[in-house]
Write a protein that binds this ligand. Structure first.
Ligand code: FES
Ligand SMILES: [Fe+2]
Length: 490
């Protein structure tokens, strides 16, 4: 079944899956494809093994905490989580914690979540709510939402405290696409620079015009980078999600690296995997019937007009179904925007899908100092209705390590099953990292370039951070790697 995919030997990274590429497919659509989806940006980044130690070592996790999470922009919450003045949300990453507040003028600020008296956290971890002022629960020192110290009980005993010097220290914030980002580094580059091509690519896909329909917080039995990597490639679909191969592309997915911080894959829906041999491939009418049966069992399967394919008809069908469901008109969207799996990764941990039918965003973060544990948050972002009230953001639904995603209300069962399949791999991979005689992972040059690029960026932060601080921790140069790129991608 896979013989047809044996690559032709060419320059490293130049080989591609035989058959129609993602670009070939979208260029054959019945609608023009938006320019960002026609961009291609791939360069070979090396083929050396990447050490398992970078996933399993507590020292490496600590170095990430000290040198990467301390200096990089990270999605903290959605703007709708703090809609009104006085609303706050606590964002925690490792030892660091920020209280993000909506100020009286609607502005957003974030403060280091620690009292300036004797250090107590002002708000408990991961909490949110309304708080007209930030009052310490220990002795009651209180700051307003602009960070001014406005109450100091027994001030007569603190003649050495100048209120001007006891403003609550701020954490840098920025917003994009309805997301609030924070950065604990006062000298970090502006968020706009960190976002790279995202604002340009998402100009017509404003995620700020979406609302949170489903929100899952799942504990995963794996390193946060290994977990993220499982979502950076479509290579595993054949083995892990084989239920999808009749109706989705995989080996012919497109992978792009746009500068340091943004990577992307596009894999097509309503096409059949190149792995499926000719005699088993459905014709276009059969393919459409399979898709309709999966998504909307009972709907009549329309006849595909002359000159069109299953994906053209299926896209129009989904535009109509979702248009009705979400009080919108999606008929201007291209076929690819409507049905394909289009995933952007923003370093270090955020994933954004601009498409209509797969409206996911998610992020991975370490869960405490244990490198084998992480938090995975999945949100379904649906378009705001054209009329009527925008629904409130969904309350987070918590899943422990062994809980299935299929128990989440509102999450399509088929997606829940896919995510369960991914989670099962992660637990096995974590055990294998430690059981392995071989000491690193061997990546595909093209299909796994995003994972390599991502790892090299983490390594770059640690290397630079250690150099700046004089820290001489364990080497971050992969001993077996022949990377051509340590993260500096043109
Ligand atoms: S520690 Fe906050 S008021 Fe004392
Ligand atoms: Fe998967």
């Amino acid at each position: 079944m896979t013989d047809q995919l044996t690559p032709v030997t060419v320059e490293p990274g130049a080989a591609r899956c035989p058959g129609p590429s993602t670009r070939d497919i979208v260029l054959g659509d019945s609608t023009p494809t938006p320019a960002p989806l026609l961009e291609e940006s791939y360069a070979f980044e090396g083929d050396g093994d990447l050490p398992y130690e970078e996933f399993t070592s507590a020292a490496y996790a600590r170095a990430e905490h000290d040198h990467m999470w301390s200096r990089t922009w990270q999605w903290a919450c959605r703007e709708e989580h703090i809609p009104e003045p006085g609303d706050y949300q606590v964002y925690d990453i490792g030892d660091r914690s920020a209280v993000i507040v909506r100020g009286p003028d609607g502005d957003i600020k974030a403060f280091h979540n620690a009292c300036l008296h004797r250090g107590t956290q002002l708000k408990p971890p991961a909490t949110n709510g309304y708080s007209a002022k930030l009052r310490c629960p220990f002795h009651g020192w209180t700051w307003d939402l602009a960070g001014e110290l406005v109450d100091l009980p027994c001030e007569w005993d603190f003649p050495h405290v100048e209120r001007d010097e006891f403003r609550l220290p701020e954490v840098r914030t920025g917003t994009w696409g309805g997301f609030v980002f924070v950065n604990f580094d006062d000298d970090a580059e502006p968020l706009e620079d960190h976002l790279g091509v995202l604002p340009e690519h998402f100009a017509d896909w404003d995620l700020g015009e979406r609302y949170v329909e489903v929100h899952i917080r799942k504990k995963l039995p794996a390193n946060w980078k290994a977990s993220a990597e499982a979502f950076l490639e479509a290579y595993h679909i054949l083995e892990t999600h084989s239920q999808s191969i009749m109706t989705a592309g995989d080996a012919n997915a497109q992978y792009d690296v746009f500068g340091d911080n943004v990577t992307r894959f596009i894999h097509t829906t309503a096409t059949t995997s190149p792995h499926v041999p000719a005699e088993k491939r459905p014709d276009e009418q059969e393919l459409l019937a399979m898709l309709m049966a999966r998504k909307n069992a009972g709907d009549e399967v329309p006849e595909i007009p002359e000159g069109e394919r299953a994906r053209d008809v299926y896209a129009r069908h989904m535009q109509a179904v979702l248009g009705q469901q979400y009080d919108n008109d999606f008929s201007d969207l291209s076929v690819s925007e409507t049905i394909d799996s289009i995933e952007y990764h923003l370093f270090p941990n955020a994933f954004f899908f601009p498409g209509l039918t797969i409206p996911l965003v998610y992020r991975f973060r370490p869960d405490g100092p244990d490198p084998d544990r992480c938090l995975y948050e999945v949100l379904y972002l649906r378009p705001k209705p054209k009329t009527g009230k925008v629904p409130q953001p969904a309350e987070p639904f918590d899943l422990d390590v062994d809980d299935t995603y299929t128990s989440v209300p509102g999450l399509p069962t088929s997606l829940g099953q896919v995510l369960d399949q991914d989670t099962a791999n992660l637990a096995a991979q974590t055990r294998g990292f430690k059981a392995s005689k071989k000491r690193g992972q061997t990546l595909g040059n093209y299909q796994e370039v995003r994972a390599r690029h991502f790892q090299s960026m983490v390594r770059r932060y640690i290397t630079e951070g250690r150099a700046a601080s004089g820290d001489t921790g364990p080497s971050t140069n992969p001993s077996t790697s022949s990377d051509t790129n340590q993260g500096a991608h043109a």
